[in-house]
Design a protein around this ligand. Structure first.
Ligand code: WQD
Length: 323
């Protein structure tokens, strides 16, 4: 079957493209290369350079490549930037998805796997976040992902689309150094950046109501994220019209910032460095950990990789990109 992967030249997209091709699916990548890199697209996989706001190019691509399903990963994903540029985020993430759904209904492509985010939950006040935990996003970024889920559910009901929205928790690691995340917007690469600059890594707040006072998150290896997309794509093949799933992708295990920083210091040979405790970062929830029960029940999927694999592979990628 032919799948279009939007954002397939990005960090997560490139891992999804590999999981799909290794799973025997035919893949075409669609990416505007704004943050993606053509070098991440494997040989033999066609790359169409374009934005998801280009309705004509999208429709032509779906027809030319006889696409039956789309994995829609192309999006803007920086929470802080979304607060500064909400209109840009709404256009790229919401109008982009709407344009894609219109092209899909016009061409008959009827399967969609969508990158959603734990950001839809905002500040959940529960031990384990289930898909039924109320969604109260705290940023325009999180809002665009929740609105995206609504758009998809409505299109599934009205037009017989089959869809799965995957709510990623904290993604980390890489399959190979070349595929690693190039930005430093999350905890693990931010610690690498400080270490490289000869500075102590920062812990944003140690007075939260958590066991060690630092924030707790559910870190998941990007290769596990990728195999969840393959499992969702396969599931949709046999699903009835109008199917619209929402699934957390996490490990169901919480790790504190303190624990993560200690592991990173050890993995990079910086055991003697003492992290610096800084102020809380505004908007950070104390604890966000997934219940991964629904995805296990629906797709038979669960994560295989642990924290050390995430940290070691991210470190190899960081060194590869900063030589
Ligand atoms: C993790 C923890 C920080 C850097 C964000 C988005 C989410 C998703 C993933 C996109 C927090 C702490 C960090 C540092 C620290 N994005 N921290 N020192 O905020 O959980 O999630 O990225 O889809 O929607 O909100 O991830 O990696 O930024 O932070 O103490 O130098 O590490 O305060 O508690 P976050 P993160």
């Amino acid at each position: 079957m032919n799948w279009l992967v939007t954002g397939g030249a990005g960090y997560i997209g490139a891992h999804v493209v590999r999981a799909l091709t290794e799973g025997g699916e035919n893949v075409v990548v669609y990416d505007d290369l704004s943050t993606g890199d053509a070098g991440r697209v494997p040989e033999g996989v066609p790359l169409v350079i374009g934005t998801v706001l280009d309705a004509d190019l999208l429709e032509r691509t779906l027809r030319d490549h006889d696409i039956a399903g789309v994995v829609h990963i192309a999006a803007k994903k920086q929470v802080g930037e979304s607060v500064e540029r909400p209109l840009h985020y709404y256009r790229e993430n919401v109008t982009g998805l709407q344009t894609l759904l219109e092209a899909m209904t016009a061409t008959g492509a009827d399967r969609l796997v969508f990158s959603s985010s734990a950001a839809v939950y905002g500040m959940p006040d529960v031990d384990l976040v289930t898909e039924d935990t109320p969604c109260l996003p705290m940023s325009p970024y999180g809002e665009t992902k929740l609105i995206g889920e609504w758009l998809i559910a409505a299109a599934a009901r009205a037009h017989g689309l089959k869809a799965a929205a995957l709510r990623y928790f904290n993604v980390a690691g890489a399959a190979t150094p070349e595929l690693s995340d190039s930005g430093a917007y999350n905890l693990i690469p931010m610690v690498f950046e400080r270490l490289e600059a000869g500075e102590a890594p920062r812990v944003f707040g140690d007075d939260y109501a958590t066991p060690d006072g630092t924030c707790v998150r559910d870190y998941i290896h990007v290769q596990d994220i990728a195999t969840a997309h393959l499992a969702a794509a396969r599931h949709l093949a046999g699903a009835p019209e109008g199917t619209s799933l929402v699934l957390n992708i996490g490990r169901g295990e919480g790790s504190s910032v303190r624990e993560m920083v200690d592991r990173i210091l050890k993995a990079t040979g910086n055991e003697t460095v003492v992290p610096e405790v800084a102020d809380r970062r505004p908007g950070d929830p104390a604890r966000v950990v997934a219940s991964a029960d629904r995805i296990r029940a629906e797709l038979g999927w669960s994560a295989r990789h642990g924290l050390d694999e995430m940290i070691d592979s991210a470190w190899q990628g960081w060194r590869h990109g900063h030589n």
